[in-house]
Design a protein around this ligand. Structure first.
Ligand SMILES: Nc1nc2c([nH]c(=O)n2[C@H]2C[C@H](O)[C@@H](COP(=O)(O)OP(=O)(O)OP(=O)(O)O)O2)c(=O)[nH]1
Length: 204
Protein backbone atom coordinates (compact mmCIF):
# COMPACT_ATOMS: atom_id res chain seq x y z
CA UNK A 1 0.00 0.00 0.00
CA UNK A 2 1.26 3.45 -0.81
CA UNK A 3 1.15 6.07 1.90
CA UNK A 4 1.29 8.89 -0.60
CA UNK A 5 -2.44 8.99 -1.29
CA UNK A 6 -3.23 9.13 2.39
CA UNK A 7 -5.24 12.06 3.75
CA UNK A 8 -2.88 12.22 6.71
CA UNK A 9 0.24 14.35 6.30
CA UNK A 10 3.46 12.38 5.77
CA UNK A 11 6.30 12.30 8.31
CA UNK A 12 8.03 15.64 8.68
CA UNK A 13 4.92 17.82 8.30
CA UNK A 14 2.46 19.21 10.84
CA UNK A 15 -0.81 17.23 11.11
CA UNK A 16 -3.41 20.02 10.85
CA UNK A 17 -3.35 20.48 7.08
CA UNK A 18 -5.65 19.05 4.41
CA UNK A 19 -4.16 17.58 1.25
CA UNK A 20 -4.73 19.45 -1.99
CA UNK A 21 -2.25 17.52 -4.18
CA UNK A 22 -0.78 14.08 -3.58
CA UNK A 23 0.68 11.39 -5.79
CA UNK A 24 3.45 9.01 -6.67
CA UNK A 25 4.22 5.59 -5.31
CA UNK A 26 6.22 3.88 -2.58
CA UNK A 27 6.80 4.41 1.11
CA UNK A 28 7.97 7.75 2.46
CA UNK A 29 11.74 7.72 2.92
CA UNK A 30 12.69 7.94 6.59
CA UNK A 31 13.94 11.30 7.79
CA UNK A 32 17.36 11.44 9.41
CA UNK A 33 19.34 14.67 9.86
CA UNK A 34 17.39 17.78 8.87
CA UNK A 35 19.00 20.96 7.55
CA UNK A 36 17.24 24.32 7.47
CA UNK A 37 16.92 26.45 4.33
CA UNK A 38 14.92 29.48 3.25
CA UNK A 39 13.27 30.53 0.01
CA UNK A 40 11.82 34.04 -0.53
CA UNK A 41 9.55 35.42 -3.24
CA UNK A 42 8.52 38.99 -4.09
CA UNK A 43 4.96 39.00 -5.43
CA UNK A 44 3.49 42.26 -6.67
CA UNK A 45 0.48 43.38 -8.69
CA UNK A 46 0.54 40.93 -11.59
CA UNK A 47 4.14 39.77 -11.27
CA UNK A 48 6.61 37.63 -9.33
CA UNK A 49 10.38 37.99 -9.01
CA UNK A 50 12.37 34.80 -9.55
CA UNK A 51 16.10 34.26 -9.76
CA UNK A 52 18.01 32.18 -12.29
CA UNK A 53 20.48 30.10 -10.24
CA UNK A 54 23.96 30.56 -11.67
CA UNK A 55 25.94 28.19 -9.48
CA UNK A 56 25.71 25.34 -6.95
CA UNK A 57 22.62 23.38 -5.99
CA UNK A 58 19.71 23.93 -8.40
CA UNK A 59 22.02 25.34 -11.10
CA UNK A 60 20.08 26.42 -14.20
CA UNK A 61 16.72 26.55 -12.38
CA UNK A 62 14.51 29.53 -11.59
CA UNK A 63 13.61 29.81 -7.91
CA UNK A 64 12.96 32.19 -5.07
CA UNK A 65 16.00 33.61 -3.27
CA UNK A 66 17.39 31.68 -0.35
CA UNK A 67 19.89 29.28 1.09
CA UNK A 68 21.09 27.72 4.30
CA UNK A 69 20.15 29.05 7.73
CA UNK A 70 23.44 29.86 9.48
CA UNK A 71 24.17 28.78 13.08
CA UNK A 72 22.68 31.26 15.55
CA UNK A 73 20.27 32.67 12.99
CA UNK A 74 16.49 32.21 12.84
CA UNK A 75 15.00 31.13 9.50
CA UNK A 76 13.32 34.56 9.21
CA UNK A 77 16.68 36.31 9.68
CA UNK A 78 18.32 34.00 7.15
CA UNK A 79 15.57 34.68 4.62
CA UNK A 80 16.13 38.45 4.84
CA UNK A 81 19.91 38.04 4.61
CA UNK A 82 19.75 35.67 1.62
CA UNK A 83 17.35 37.95 -0.26
CA UNK A 84 19.80 40.83 0.24
CA UNK A 85 22.83 38.74 -0.73
CA UNK A 86 21.29 37.12 -3.79
CA UNK A 87 19.04 39.88 -5.19
CA UNK A 88 20.30 43.07 -3.49
CA UNK A 89 16.90 43.97 -2.01
CA UNK A 90 15.19 44.13 1.40
CA UNK A 91 11.61 43.10 2.09
CA UNK A 92 9.18 42.59 5.00
CA UNK A 93 9.05 38.83 4.47
CA UNK A 94 6.18 36.82 5.90
CA UNK A 95 6.19 33.08 6.42
CA UNK A 96 3.91 31.47 3.82
CA UNK A 97 4.91 27.82 3.50
CA UNK A 98 6.95 24.91 4.77
CA UNK A 99 8.50 22.35 2.45
CA UNK A 100 10.36 19.14 3.18
CA UNK A 101 12.47 17.54 0.46
CA UNK A 102 14.39 14.29 0.41
CA UNK A 103 16.79 13.41 -2.39
CA UNK A 104 18.16 9.90 -2.58
CA UNK A 105 21.52 11.41 -3.54
CA UNK A 106 21.74 13.64 -0.43
CA UNK A 107 22.00 12.16 3.10
CA UNK A 108 20.09 14.95 4.88
CA UNK A 109 16.52 16.22 4.70
CA UNK A 110 15.90 19.73 3.37
CA UNK A 111 13.50 21.73 5.55
CA UNK A 112 12.62 24.93 3.72
CA UNK A 113 10.72 27.86 5.18
CA UNK A 114 9.11 29.75 2.32
CA UNK A 115 8.57 33.51 2.69
CA UNK A 116 6.88 36.12 0.57
CA UNK A 117 6.49 39.89 0.50
CA UNK A 118 4.34 42.27 -1.53
CA UNK A 119 6.83 45.13 -1.37
CA UNK A 120 10.57 45.60 -1.25
CA UNK A 121 13.22 48.30 -1.13
CA UNK A 122 16.20 48.59 -3.44
CA UNK A 123 16.67 47.52 -7.04
CA UNK A 124 16.96 43.82 -7.88
CA UNK A 125 20.51 43.22 -9.11
CA UNK A 126 22.29 40.27 -10.67
CA UNK A 127 24.71 38.66 -8.21
CA UNK A 128 27.26 35.84 -8.50
CA UNK A 129 24.52 33.43 -7.41
CA UNK A 130 21.27 34.63 -9.01
CA UNK A 131 19.95 36.69 -11.93
CA UNK A 132 16.58 38.23 -10.94
CA UNK A 133 13.79 38.32 -13.54
CA UNK A 134 10.09 39.24 -13.38
CA UNK A 135 7.39 36.82 -14.55
CA UNK A 136 3.66 37.34 -15.06
CA UNK A 137 1.15 35.96 -12.57
CA UNK A 138 -1.48 33.76 -14.26
CA UNK A 139 -4.32 35.92 -15.60
CA UNK A 140 -6.98 34.31 -13.36
CA UNK A 141 -4.97 35.28 -10.25
CA UNK A 142 -3.75 38.65 -11.53
CA UNK A 143 -7.17 39.79 -12.75
CA UNK A 144 -7.02 43.39 -13.97
CA UNK A 145 -3.33 43.54 -12.96
CA UNK A 146 -2.33 40.90 -15.56
CA UNK A 147 0.93 41.91 -17.27
CA UNK A 148 0.80 40.55 -20.82
CA UNK A 149 4.33 41.53 -21.84
CA UNK A 150 6.11 39.48 -19.15
CA UNK A 151 6.95 35.78 -19.63
CA UNK A 152 4.85 33.13 -17.90
CA UNK A 153 6.23 31.43 -14.77
CA UNK A 154 8.81 28.96 -16.23
CA UNK A 155 7.71 25.74 -14.49
CA UNK A 156 9.71 23.65 -16.98
CA UNK A 157 12.94 25.19 -15.61
CA UNK A 158 11.95 25.09 -11.93
CA UNK A 159 12.01 22.34 -9.31
CA UNK A 160 9.37 19.76 -10.30
CA UNK A 161 7.28 20.28 -7.16
CA UNK A 162 6.89 24.05 -7.49
CA UNK A 163 3.91 23.77 -9.85
CA UNK A 164 1.89 22.13 -7.05
CA UNK A 165 2.23 24.90 -4.47
CA UNK A 166 2.94 28.02 -6.53
CA UNK A 167 -0.72 29.06 -6.85
CA UNK A 168 -1.08 28.92 -3.07
CA UNK A 169 2.00 31.09 -2.68
CA UNK A 170 0.78 33.59 -5.29
CA UNK A 171 -2.56 33.93 -3.48
CA UNK A 172 -0.99 34.15 -0.03
CA UNK A 173 -2.59 30.89 1.12
CA UNK A 174 -0.36 29.05 3.63
CA UNK A 175 0.80 25.60 2.55
CA UNK A 176 3.00 22.72 3.61
CA UNK A 177 4.43 19.97 1.48
CA UNK A 178 6.80 17.11 1.16
CA UNK A 179 8.47 15.52 -1.89
CA UNK A 180 10.80 12.58 -2.24
CA UNK A 181 13.11 12.81 -5.26
CA UNK A 182 15.16 10.06 -6.88
CA UNK A 183 17.94 10.31 -9.38
CA UNK A 184 16.41 9.84 -12.82
CA UNK A 185 19.17 7.59 -14.12
CA UNK A 186 20.38 10.13 -16.66
CA UNK A 187 23.81 11.72 -16.66
CA UNK A 188 24.25 14.80 -14.48
CA UNK A 189 22.19 16.08 -11.58
CA UNK A 190 18.74 15.20 -12.89
CA UNK A 191 16.25 13.92 -10.34
CA UNK A 192 12.57 13.16 -10.56
CA UNK A 193 9.80 13.51 -8.03
CA UNK A 194 8.56 10.05 -6.99
CA UNK A 195 6.04 10.89 -4.24
CA UNK A 196 4.52 14.14 -3.01
CA UNK A 197 1.96 15.54 -0.59
CA UNK A 198 0.82 19.17 -0.32
CA UNK A 199 -1.69 20.56 2.12
CA UNK A 200 -3.36 23.80 3.13
CA UNK A 201 -4.87 24.82 6.49
CA UNK A 202 -8.13 23.09 7.27
CA UNK A 203 -10.35 26.17 6.82
CA UNK A 204 -9.27 27.06 3.24
N1 LIG B 1 11.42 25.93 -5.10
C1 LIG B 1 12.17 24.94 -4.61
N2 LIG B 1 13.26 25.25 -3.92
C2 LIG B 1 14.01 24.26 -3.48
C3 LIG B 1 13.69 22.91 -3.70
N3 LIG B 1 14.66 22.17 -3.10
C4 LIG B 1 15.54 23.04 -2.55
O1 LIG B 1 16.54 22.78 -1.89
N4 LIG B 1 15.13 24.32 -2.78
C5 LIG B 1 15.75 25.59 -2.41
C6 LIG B 1 15.91 25.86 -0.96
C7 LIG B 1 17.00 26.90 -0.97
O2 LIG B 1 16.45 28.17 -1.27
C8 LIG B 1 17.86 26.44 -2.12
C9 LIG B 1 18.98 25.56 -1.66
O3 LIG B 1 19.90 26.34 -1.02
P1 LIG B 1 21.26 26.64 -1.81
O4 LIG B 1 21.93 25.37 -2.11
O5 LIG B 1 21.00 27.64 -2.87
O6 LIG B 1 22.02 27.30 -0.76
P2 LIG B 1 23.54 27.55 -0.93
O7 LIG B 1 24.28 26.28 -0.75
O8 LIG B 1 23.74 28.31 -2.19
O9 LIG B 1 23.61 28.30 0.35
P3 LIG B 1 24.13 29.64 0.66
O10 LIG B 1 25.56 29.53 0.30
O11 LIG B 1 23.32 30.63 -0.21
O12 LIG B 1 23.77 29.68 2.10
O13 LIG B 1 17.04 25.66 -2.97
C10 LIG B 1 12.53 22.61 -4.43
O14 LIG B 1 12.17 21.47 -4.68
N5 LIG B 1 11.78 23.67 -4.86
Amino acid sequence: MSHTNSIAAPPGLPPNFVAFATGGTGEWTSIAETRQYTNAFIIQEGKILLGYKKRGFGLGKYNGFGGKVDPGETPAEAAVRELQEEAGISAPLEHTGTLVFLLDTVPWTFHIDVYSAREFTGEPIETDEMRPEWFALPSDIAGAAFVSDLPQIPYETMWADDVYWMRHLLQGIPFVGRCDFEKDGLEGEGSKIVRWWFGAPRHT
